[in-house]
Design a protein around this ligand. Structure first.
Ligand SMILES: [Cu+2]
Length: 135
């Protein structure tokens, strides 16, 4: 049985061992600008590598942590430091239920710092958030 300090040290070690963990942390979520929705994602390409078309699954909850169905999720974005956008136009192709939405056509063509503008629209109640990641 590990004591709490040892457990914390192990977690910290695992975290520091993966330099991408901080920026692309699984389980991280983002509250949209007006506070309507909480957005998280899973890349079905893991680890993320450049120049590979793949899908992401976005998970949408409301501010109370209740999963949101019936949303339309869209993504644009780019590399602000390079002043260019995404090389593809990802599209939401289906809803999996339980607040999960598949976006196909994700592709990053350069390593570095990316920002994604994610818009969530539920019956006209629209809100947006910027998700940043480093590949
Ligand atoms: Cu670039």
């Amino acid at each position: 049985m590990l004591n709490k300090t040892a457990t914390t040290s192990l977690i910290l070690f695992a975290f520091l061992s993966n330099p991408l963990a901080e920026e692309n942390a699984a389980g991280e979520s983002w509250l949209t600008r007006s506070g309507y929705y909480r957005v998280s994602y899973t890349s079905l390409l893991d680890p993320l590598t450049i120049n590979t078309i793949h899908d992401w699954v976005f998970h949408i909850e409301n501010s109370d942590g209740v999963t949101v169905n019936g949303a339309v999720v869209s993504v644009s974005g780019g590399m602000p430091q390079h002043n260019h956008g995404l090389p593809t136009i990802p599209r939401m192709t289906r809803s999996l239920g339980n607040g999960d939405y598949v976006l196909e056509g994700m592709r990053f063509h350069m390593n570095g710092y990316w920002e994604l503008n994610v818009t969530v629209d539920v019956g006209g109640r629209r809100d947006t958030v910027i998700i940043n990641l480093t590949i």
